[in-house]
Design a protein around this ligand. Structure first.
Ligand code: CA2
Length: 149
């Protein structure tokens, strides 16, 4: 199983700014943990970060036929992006939405996700562990899908 991991805007700053909110783990640490976990499960991940909505959309479009699943923290675009929603629908690749923080414990504008009803599941509030939990859930789902190895 091949999983594309996408990190949205500003997540490149993880571990360098606002550690009280987002923790001290860097994005490279998260990617390393995901790579190890995937390999333990006989899977692989490719991890990409972008601050640009169009680039994220290009990556989602290109995932069709190239990846079995998608793990995405769309960051601020969660709450604004019809474009990313449409790309996920068009790609038709099962996606899990992850967040470091519990968005429902934050400002009301973060309570809306444009992706919530087009992803197979959502994990939030566990810091870097949200990504690992999301990857496990996604791989479990892919392995139990009809016709899966
Ligand atoms: O909790 C999450 O993972 C979020 O997706 C993070 C986004 C936020 O807009 C979402 O509402 C929830 C913000 C990512 C910003 O990342 C930073 C990391 C370090 C320092 C500053 C920003």
């Amino acid at each position: 199983m091949k999983v594309l991991v996408l990190h949205g805007p500003n997540l490149n700053l993880l571990g360098q700014r606002e550690p009280e909110r987002y923790g001290t783990t860097t994005l490279a640490d998260i990617d390393d943990r995901l790579t190890s976990r995937a390999s333990e499960r006989g899977a692989s991940v490719e991890c990409r970060q972008s601050n640009h909505e169009g680039e994220l959309i290009d990556l989602i479009q290109a995932a069709r036929g190239a990846f079995d699943g998608l793990l995405i923290n769309p960051a601020a675009y969660t709450h604004t992006s019809v474009g990313i929603r449409d790309a996920l629908l068009a790609a038709g690749v099962p996606a899990v939405e992850v967040h470091l923080t519990n968005v429902y414990a934050r400002e009301p504008f973060r309570h809306t996700s444009y992706l919530a009803d087009v992803v197979v599941g959502r994990v939030m509030g566990f810091g870097a562990s949200s990504y690992l939990l999301g990857l496990d859930g996604l791989l479990d789902l892919l392995h139990t899908a009809p016709g899966a190895p």
